[in-house]
Design a protein around this ligand. Structure first.
Ligand code: G6P
Length: 362
């Protein structure tokens, strides 16, 4: 059928979509640059964000994980406090809201019913809403006041990959541009740093064979796996675990490195795979301490570190990027490792059992 033609020589959409990620970041840089070549977003959206005293990010699944990183961006770059909520929870338990809230809905499809239900309530309450979506004209886009597009191209595989990276890029740009508008001190050039991140993603995409090896090494004979990280790496751990669960059916959990000892470490046995992300200098020693704790209990630890923070025995070292942009890069090896685990187990990579690309029922 037509969609198979679109897949070209790729065996799976997921593989094609992961490969497209460097291009997606470059396309976003282009789409969000003005004639002077500076990053920009629509003026009305910029005002809406700048004027809000608190941002409420609402999303589900992978988009929720992007929202957790987005909170870091808006708080650190724009100086606006952010709450991130799971759509299906928020609708039934609306927290105390600030004076001037702005709601940001993150949704690849723009059709997720759980998110739409919240949007309807938000509009009833009369608050402004911005949708960040890959699909122009989608329900969430039409019903919100403002839309920022992801420009990732159609994402067909049920497991979201390029849309997540696109969401991070658009969130970073929005926060950065807002911070600049508010006259905040920002000491780096995001456009330049995003271009570096795109190249770093390409390096990882080009190391597929190595990632397949890692996947075989750690995941061939396991029923479960853990992903750990601290601060921003923790959010990527959650996404890494979700990818693995979704397509390979290996039970996986993402944890904050420091929280492991408060219960979860009981699950570590001889050979349990633990993927640890080390991209954040302020917590690099702490997460390495957590790795030692699990190794002492027999875990098979796979440390994925960033250049500059790497140590001799790390299994994979990713190219150096700006500390806020590490999620765009560190998620990519986790996507590929999950892909190969699913492939080697004979799973239906693009259409995992029980899952739908967009869930339009509550
Ligand atoms: C479904 C998909 C997930 C996705 C989630 C949110 O559950 O299987 O991959 O992350 O919906 O989708 P959205 O389109 O709102 O980002």
């Amino acid at each position: 059928d037509a969609s198979d033609i679109e897949k070209g020589t790729y065996p799976h959409y997921m593989l094609k979509e992961m490969d497209e990620q460097p291009g997606v970041v470059r396309k976003i840089i282009q789409e969000y640059s003005n004639d002077a070549g500076e990053l920009t977003i629509d003026e009305a959206i910029l005002s809406a964000i700048s004027e809000s005293d608190r941002i409420y990010i609402i999303a589900a699944g992978t988009s929720y994980h992007a929202g957790l990183v987005g909170k870091q961006y808006f708080e650190k770059l724009a100086g606006i406090p952010v709450e991130v909520h799971i759509a299906s929870e928020f609708g039934y338990n609306i927290p105390l809201l600030s004076e001037k809230p702005l709601f940001i809905f993150i949704s690849q499809s723009g059709e997720t019913a759980d998110s739409r239900q919240v949007l309807v309530k938000v509009k009833e309450l009369g608050y402004p809403a911005l949708t960040i979506t890959n699909v122009a004209g989608s329900t969430l886009s039409r019903e919100a006041d403002y839309t920022l597009l992801l420009y990732a191209g159609p994402e067909i595989a049920v497991a979201s990959t390029k849309a997540y990276v696109a969401q991070l890029a658009v969130l970073a740009i929005s926060a950065y541009v807002t911070g600049k508008r508010k006259g905040r001190k920002i000491d780096f050039d995001l456009k330049h740093e995003l271009a570096i991140a795109a190249n770093a993603i390409q390096t990882i995409v080009d190391s597929k064979e190595e990632l397949h090896k890692i996947s075989k090494e750690y995941l061939s004979h396991t029923r479960n796996a853990f992903f750990i990280g601290r601060t921003i790496d923790y959010y990527v751990s959650l996404e890494g675990a979700l990818k693995l669960k979704e397509i390979s059916y290996i039970q996986a959990e993402g944890f904050a490195g420091g929280e492991l000892k408060h219960g979860t470490i009981a699950l570590i046995e001889k050979g349990t795979p633990v993927f640890a992300l080390v991209t954040q200098a302020p917590v690099a020693l702490n997460i390495r301490g957590n790795v030692k704790e699990v190794v002492a209990r027999g875990a098979n630890a796979c440390v994925i570190s960033m250049e500059g923070l790497d140590e001799h025995d790390d299994r994979l070292v990713i190219p150096k990027v700006h500390p806020l942009l590490t999620p765009l890069v560190s998620v990519v090896p986790l996507q590929f490792i999950s892909y190969y685990a699913a492939l080697d187990r004979g799973c239906d990579v693009d259409k995992p059992r029980n899952l739908a690309k967009s869930v339009t029922v509550e």
